[in-house]
Design a protein around this ligand. Structure first.
Ligand SMILES: Cc1ncc(COP(=O)(O)O)c(C=O)c1O
Length: 394
């Protein structure tokens, strides 16, 4: 065992000067455990991943079963592997019929990279429209279409021909034209602090894309897989994308993402040039088995159906004059305060008292709550009391 913080800080790449630094020995359901026995309620699901809790028994069993068969055997797209086939069958059976063909990759950023390439290849156009405030990943292409200028500045030049519009503003969608290959948009903006667009906006956006022959990519990497109270967030808005991207919760704790489109569109990767998008580990059979088990738990249980009521319960408890605004869809929340310092003090106070809340990338005035959908009513009450106490004392 090695929980040495010095090793962590010196031998591992750091992403910020202030890592959370909690040593983790075990995780189960809602909880993380340190080696000294300290227990933390994970109200952020490892940032949107553990939607059915940590180490769900059905996910573990599926992983074990796959381990007994085979691990990686070949790069993506060559051999016929059962867990990969089963996952593709399952997820496409749960999607509208035009989303019938999956490309499995390893992460959210990669899913968006693939989707952007596919849209450019299919339309023969180059312009990409994205939204201010968006986050689509940290690789060059995904960063290029992300809205946070502070995070991008040091890495220019990035991808050319990207136009940013204001999220949720119908007047802006006229900027999508016959030059536009695709629009990439989070159905609900996550890291901007849970921004929920109106149905009318998304329907108008869908129509504009159809009229212009522009591909609509919905990024549901954070808001998909039951998080909002529907399996896919776009189901709230009565629209269907041309390409859907998922990751995070999709793998039930193992790394996998996907971009999903119509087969005719996806087939453009097979020629001019052949191997238009390739990956060694995409569709890893163990990750696919875990993703399939996660999907089965989500659709066979009442977890998604109960997300709204649980969300309302959080809202009922989380009342305090210091809260400026609470935005919520299903079990995805942003809680706003007057200053980033206040948010920081609350997050640390919660952590010191066994509850994990966390910041957003692009909204310092809020903290996030996105617990596993398996959280119980009693756990909601208990964790909200700790948050309220943190608000009071910060
Ligand atoms: C909406 C959205 N898209 C893409 C990503 C990138 O996913 P990954 O970190 O797996 O590359 C994230 C990650 O937070 C996200 O929230």
């Amino acid at each position: 065992m090695d929980y040495n913080k010095e090793t962590f800080l010196t031998k591992l790449a750091q992403t910020s000067p202030f890592p959370f630094l909690i040593p983790i020995e075990k995780a189960e359901g809602l909880y993380l455990y340190s080696p000294d026995g300290t227990r933390y309620a994970d109200l952020i699901s490892g940032i949107g991943v553990s939607v059915i809790g940590h180490r769900h028994p059905k996910v573990l069993q599926a992983i074990r079963d796959q381990l007994d068969k085979h691990l990686h055997v070949m790069v993506y797209g060559e051999y016929v592997q059962s867990s990969v086939n089963l996952l593709a069958e399952k997820i496409t059976s749960l999607l509208p019929e035009q989303l019938n063909c999956c490309y499995f990759v390893n992460s959210g950023a990669e899913a968006n990279e693939g989707a952007l390439k596919l849209a450019k290849r299919y339309t023969g156009r180059t312009e990409i429209v994205s939204c201010r405030g968006s986050y689509h990943g940290s690789t060059h292409g995904a960063l290029s279409v992300s809205g946070n200028e502070v995070k991008k500045r040091a890495f220019r030049p990035l991808l050319p021909d990207i136009r940013f519009i204001n999220f949720g503003e119908p007047g802006e969608i006229e900027q999508i034209t016959e030059r536009t290959a695709c629009v990439i948009i989070e159905t609900v903006q996550g890291d901007a602090g849970v921004r929920i667009p109106s149905k009318n906006y998304l329907k108008a956006l869908r129509q504009r894309c159809t009229d212009m022959g522009t591909i609509l990519i919905l990024d549901e990497i954070q808001c998909g897989m039951g998080r909002t109270g529907k399996l896919f967030a776009f189901e709230h808005f009565d629209i269907v994308p041309d390409i859907l991207t998922v990751a995070k919760a999709f793998g039930g704790g193992l790394p996998i993402g996907a971009f999903i489109s119509d087969r005719a569109m996806m087939n453009t990767f097979t020629h001019d040039p052949m191997l238009g998008h390739i990956t060694t580990f995409g569709g890893n059979p163990v990750c696919c088995a875990a993703a399939l088990a996660t999907l089965e738990v989500l659709v066979e249980s009442d977890l998604i159906a109960r997300a709204e009521a649980k969300g309302q319960l959080f809202e009922k408890y989380l009342r305090h004059p210091a809260i400026k605004e609470l935005r919520r869809i299903g079990l995805l929340f942003a809680v706003d305060f007057e200053s980033p310092e206040k948010v920081s003090a609350i997050v640390h106070h919660c952590k010191n008292n066994g509850v994990i809340c966390y910041w957003f990338l692009s909204n310092p005035h809020s903290f996030r709550i996105a617990p596993p959908l398996t959280i119980t009513e009693a756990e909601i009450e208990e964790t909200c009391n700790i948050i309220l106490n943190a608000i009071e004392k910060s």
